[in-house]
Design a protein around this ligand. Structure first.
Ligand code: RET
Length: 266
């Protein structure tokens, strides 16, 4: 299938193309809003949180532009055992695979974790571990989507991706939650942690239910599920984080100087 045919296929499926265009529009608005919100932030650590967070909609607008144009979408023939096997590939069939989504998660999700780690006052080892495991999760998730030789191997990739995900969850729930108490940022960190953990759990669930997994859900519904989760996990998340940073720049600055509220003493 040529890129033009894929582009046409997406345009013809209104529900599917709307799920992509909505995110391009919201990412664009978020970029403008966030640049405006951050215009007076001066502390370097707060600035770093800002830049990392601003990258999220920037990566997102690129990701969705790639999808909507057909550049980062393929129609792949599924291996025997898959519910949609035997559909062929190309104009005759194949399974709609928006692989650009999984690829660009490798760039957007580390930014979310860097922002969260800095907010929690993470040390370098934990931040490194979280980011590396997260990239591993995204790339092996991409491998699961692109493997067409064996149904079993698709799910083995999925399992490996989940193992990386467990590392990320552990750092978020156990390590950074503790660090945030010491840093004096527990309130906002806990809000964002719950939002992140609950939403991120949705991605592997919808992958498993979608056309590329068990094929219980149709491609437009799956696309809306990801797009809806993205709207909350990216733009709402980033907005809440940036609003807090702007209003609490002092707390962030003190943290950078090793003066988190706990070490300041009573
Ligand atoms: C996959 C499938 C394989 C198993 C696992 C997955 C997890 C994906 C996650 C994605 C989060 C994406 C976000 C994007 C926002 O920019 C790759 C779906 C565990 C957690 C938050």
């Amino acid at each position: 299938m040529t890129q033009t045919e894929i582009f046409q296929f997406i345009q013809d499926n209104t529900l599917l193309s709307a799920s992509l265009w909505v995110n391009i529009a919201l990412a664009g608005l978020s970029i403008l809003l966030f640049v405006y919100m951050g215009r007076n932030v001066e502390d370097p650590r707060a600035q770093l949180i800002f830049v990392a967070t601003l990258m999220v909609p920037l990566v997102s607008i690129s990701s969705y532009t790639g999808l909507v144009s057909g550049l980062t979408v393929g129609f792949l023939e599924m291996p025997a055992g898959h519910a949609l096997a035997g559909m062929g590939a190309g104009p005759e069939g194949g399974v709609f695979t928006p692989w650009g989504r999984y690829l660009t998660w490798a760039f957007s999700t580390p930014m979310i974790l860097i922002a969260l780690g800095l907010l929690a006052g993470s040390n370098m080892s934990k931040l490194f571990t979280a980011v590396v495991a997260d990239v591993g999760m995204c790339i092996t998730g991409l491998a699961a989507a692109l493997t067409t030789s064996s149904y079993l191997l698709r799910w083995i990739w999925y399992g490996i991706s989940c193992a990386f995900f467990v590392v990320v969850l552990y750092i978020l729930l156990a390590e950074w939650a503790k660090d945030a108490e010491v840093a004096g940022t527990a309130d906002i960190f806990n809000t964002l942690k719950v939002l992140t953990v609950v939403l991120w759990l949705g991605y592997p669930i919808f992958w498993a239910l979608g056309a590329e997994g068990l094929a219980v859900l149709d491609i437009a519904i799956t696309s809306w599920a990801y797009s809806g989760m993205d709207i909350i996990a990216k733009y709402l998340f980033a907005f809440l984080l940036l609003r807090w940073v702007v209003n609490n720049e002092r707390t962030v600055a003190d943290m950078a100087a090793g003066l988190g509220s706990a070490s300041r003493g009573g």
